[in-house]
Design a protein. Sequence first.
Lengths: 407, 447
Amino acid sequence: MEYAVETFSLTKVFSDWWGRDKVYAVDDLNLQVRYNEVFGLLGPNGSGKTTTLKLLLGLLFPTKGRVAVLGGYGADPKINARIGFLPEESYLYRYLNARETLDFYGRLFGLPPKVRKMRIEALLDMVGLKAVANRPVGTFSKGMARRIGLAQALINDPELLILDEPTTGLDPIGTRQIKDLVMELAKRGKTILLCSHLLADVEDVCDRISILYGGKIQAEGNVRDLLLRTNKIQITTDTISENTIEKIKLLIKDEHAECEVTSPMDKLETFFIKTVVDAQQQARPTSGAVSTTGISDFLAAETTQENVLDKLVSAPVSRQSPPEAPTTKSTDSRIETSETKPDDKLLRKLTKPDKPTEPKPVAGDRKVTTQPVKSKTPEPEQIRKSILDRLTNRSTPQNENEDSDSK
Amino acid sequence: MRNIWAVATNTIRQALRMKIAAVFIILLIVLLPVMGVSMTGDGTLKGRLQTFVSYSLSLTNLLLSLLTIIVSIYTLTNDIKQRQIYTVITKPIRRFQLLLGKLLGVILLNTALLALFSAIIYTFTVYTPKIYDAGEHELLQVENEFFTARASLVPPEVDVTQEVLEAYEERKKSGQLPPGLSEVELKKQLTKQKKLDKRAAIVGQQLVWEFNNVKVLDPNETLFIRYKYDVSINPPDEQVYSRWDVGDSRQYPAAFSSFMRKDPIRTFRELKVPANLIADDGYLAIRFLNVPLNDTTVIFPPDGLEVLYKADTFTANFIRAVLLMLFRLIFLASLGLLASTFLSFPVAILFCLCVFVTATFSGFCLESFDYLGENLTWVYSYTLRPIILLLPQFDKFNPSKFLVPARLLSWVLLVKVAGLMICIKTFLLLLLAVLIFSFREIAKIII
């Protein structure tokens, strides 16, 4: 099994009522998604992205060709158990509340009640909907529904996550969260197939992309390679004097190269988040909207975690390597990615980690790490990590200990 | 199994929270007590009880049938239309499991509602005699003729083939064959004639029915001879005088008990006779005499005579009648699911209602088609008739048909109905539904 997702001359033709071929939605598509990569499927509207995903999952049957998902057929329950899928819109049962929705999907996976309950609470925390968990999802806004949609896709701790336009309907903060989450999951060894036409999203998170048009691949490759303009170099510095700039210009001129000096603009995304964050800080604590509080909770967990994981990466002894992850990715590039995000620091500053709370005991399958417990009080980082671990069902040594204590 | 259960509970939630079931539940909760109070029947306690049971069961049956059809169709078509099915079917659940889960949900909902409403009906029925300060006589009557379950004996159909053949040969010999009639048609006519002769008594004539193997649990019990008269000429007061002899006619003189009666025509009447008139070997003869007080030929319709005897309690019979209703609902639920695997909501509703109405009036349909002309009959017997016969016959197994005349609905019959309706017909529907659903492209938009 070389690829997590592979299609072989996949073709889907939609015919009209008389059986005449009408539309070639997907045309002789050969797609390969490697394990543990974030793969972006791009294309304008109607280019066959969603159709491809539906073919992968057995929601549509191919006219020609075949698909292999995690080494099997996408409609096979055994394979389905390892996939998380977020459709282009969050199709939810309007009459269930958020918690019931997740419970329903958890039960479809046959998760035992204890694991289910634990994961539901962790996911609700993560997508920031804990405060509205008892409201029917029919009353949710599009963005909130999207969050629940994402949570249901994660309830089985999938190896392969298929996301169809994950950020539609989300505000910039939500979008940022999803992007961070995708990167975080990739770090944990998941494979992510992302389908979008929002190029900014894809550019930030994807390792490789394919651009579809008319059901065919028009371009494919590593994002950095595709976007690298080989004959240009950019130098970014702190503010320097006019004098120095002139000196540099001269130096460059000596090399017979052209040069342009500008002040870099903030990304609108960064500016937006900064504005919202400022507003939140000024507001009285009680007036904060419920959902907003939820979001910042989630962000805190996410960003701190990223931080923790970065540290863990440099100290390999404390990091569990996910069993299914062939480490094809250089961790350095990951760190670099997170450093290039100007908003991260800002968010971290805002949602300062509060005092550590005792993590809940974790049920479910445990992968025991060999690291011994040194202190009774867990480090804050450790706790942060445990929140995500609850999600992905891996326990930290601290949790292990507590579990055995409680028995 | 866990995922089937998840779908089932979700289906029940859907039916309840989307308020589909609410209309029906409220309607029944309001109407049943109102019916219990307002229905008086013919004024007697028995009449009151019969009317209430008949109407309340029919209403419950009708409303729950409609609810079943709507819920079973809504739950799947809505999932497909609103596309929640995208997130469900991509989880580790097979398509037949999804269908089974939906079916289980609808059946569970039905079972709960049916249990609730039949409990209401049962309670009202049982407490009615206590509420209406009925007299001793009336109480005894309902005890014997309503709060019981009576098995029935029907006289075997008389074989007239030989007689028809003889009559035909006779006419042929004497050259009296009517022109323009084929042999088959004439024989058909003769058969009808002879059969009618066996059921008709001119003034002064008697008719005898004989039964073997009549087994009554308690010889001190009462037997009920249930009958209905048709007449050739309407008597002025629409009444027929008669003498009934019941007992053992094989010995001489016959050990008969005689009963003089005067009954209205064209309605079912019951004659009570002691069960000890049955001979020790289970033989029983019943003789009807058209007494000279009448001025008309008395004809018993084909179902015009039977002997009833107590065989079980009302409660047991009631429970079986409710089970019969449940079978019907299970069939309808599978039908609804089948329809929703390939039809949209409105079309599927229409389809199921057509089937429901046809099954409800299947007896009437089959009968009325028999009166069609020769050529049409041929077409019909190869098209509509098999289809109607394939459907379950709801009217034949209507619970009121058993409870109102206090007739035994035996376990044997119940198992037979279950076998036919559930094990065969419902299973076939489900099989077809699974086949269609498995090969359907869920995400394909059909306009």
